[in-house]
Structure formats: C-alpha cells, structure tokens
Design a protein around this ligand. Sequence first.
Ligand SMILES: Nc1ncnc2c1ncn2[C@@H]1O[C@H](COP(=O)(O)OP(=O)(O)OP(=O)(O)O)[C@@H](O)[C@H]1O
Length: 259
Amino acid sequence: MALDIRGVSKHFRHKGKNTLALDNVDLHVQPGEFICLLGPSGCGKSTLLNIVAGFMKADSGTILSQGTPVTKPGADRCVLFQQPTLYSWMTTKQNVMFGPKMTGMDKTAASERAAELLDIVGLGAFQNHYPHQLSGGMRHRVAYARALINKPNILLLDEPFAALDAITRVSMQNFLLELWQQERTTILFVTHDVEEACLLADRVCVMSARPGRVHAISTVDIPRPRTQATVESQVFIENRRALRTTLEETLGQQEAVVQ
Ligand SMILES: Nc1ncnc2c1ncn2[C@@H]1O[C@H](COP(=O)(O)OP(=O)(O)OP(=O)(O)O)[C@@H](O)[C@H]1O
C-alpha cells in the first residue's frame, strides 16, 4: 500500500477552546492511485495533508508511507505548494537536478532523467532558461519535474490550482492528467471543487464538516484518459451529480467544539 492512514485524530487549542479538526480518519491508498480529498471549508483537509507530509503530528492514529511510519517530513512524500519554489539563480535543468545532486545520484543518469522529465512536462526547449524567464504555468511544470526526479512514493497537493486564473487552471489540470497518465505517481490532492475532483480522481474521499471524518469514499467511474472534453460527457455529468449529492449530505452537520 502506498499510504495507510489509520484512526488519525487531531485537535487544536485556540483561545481556550479545543477544536476537533480530524476525528478517527482512515484512508488506504494503493500505488498509482489518484485520490482527492473533498469537503467543506474547515473540515480538516489541509490538516490531514500536513500530518501525512510530516509537518504536523496527529494526536492519535498512525500513518504509514509504503509501510514505514511517518514521524517527520521525508523525501518519500513530496509536497507541491501553490507557489512553486524554484531557485532563481539556477536554470530549469539545474533546478530539476538539485535533488539528485544532494542524494548523490549518478550525474549522467540524473541529467538524462532530468532531460526526459523536462520533455514530458513540455519544457525540453527551456532547459537553460532561468525561472524569471518562464511563465507561471511553466514554473509549476518545472516544480513537478523537480519533484518526480526524486521518485517520491506520493505527491501531496493542497489546492494547487486554486489561485490560478481560469485558463491556466484548465491547462494545469490537463497537464497533471497527462503527467499522471505517463508517470503513475500516487497523488493525494486536496480540493473543494467537485468538478475538479471528478475530472482528476480515481477515488474521492468525501469529508464531513467539523470534526473532519470520512463521510464516504466515492469511486469516479469515468474512463481514462480524461481531458477537458470529458467534462461535457454524460458519464462525467452523472458522476459529478452523484459526488455533489454525497458532498451535500455532509453539509449542515454540527461543528464540534469541545470545551
Ligand atoms: N494551527 C491551527 N490552530 C488552531 N486551529 C486550527 C489550526 N489549523 C487548523 N485549525 C482549525 O482546524 C480546522 C480544520 O482546518 P483545515 O485548514 O485543515 O481545513 P480545510 O478543510 O483545509 O479548510 P479549507 O478548505 O478552508 O482550506 C478548522 O476549524 C481550522 O480553524
């Protein structure tokens, strides 16, 4: 199993009040799966992702990444942020080769793989460009190539396209679909957008409002490869409707504040 989340709970104490953010969350992710975490604002999606990343500790429960307990951040779990963090003084290719350089990977093999990944992300002709010479979308693509060269067990994405304009967002969704189709890296992707979850995911973990619990795990029954044209198809419309209904079931639930 790529990722095994078992009985994870987490509360926060703020201004004398305890808020239960996650309550006994279980989720089992198979290698190569694309899983979306979907739920209303404040249901604990980011908290769960941060715990999986090792940035935050759960109060109880365990998380196994390829069978190994998660206790801190690690190269097996790569987090991609909304703003790609590239080194401004390095070229595109040097940015991609930074991780392998640190881990002592064979230089020729790293260079070949970096070139291959830059081709896959459509930046083969931009290897010697610096980040400031790239568009925002291109910088995102470099960040994906830089993540994948380290062969992470899982990519963790927290609403990565939320801040993008509509056109770039669609282009990044297409890009991610194509990339996942080729590389089959396991992905855990946080979104609050039903349509985005339906387009991208194999399964959607629908979380209930606070405290965040797994309300349902819905399989998205839409053939791949998927493109933006998929959004117009009858099967997509049916899956989206079903997912929206599942999400609506979670709304209106009581916020749990434990004194
Ligand atoms: N550091 C913190 N201190 C106190 N409370 C926190 C902290 N981080 C998160 N919370 C609370 O935990 C709950 C879950 O927050 P979280 O950010 O995980 O939700 P989310 O589902 O990602 O929300 P959104 O979709 O709005 O980003 C919220 O009630 C939030 O206020």
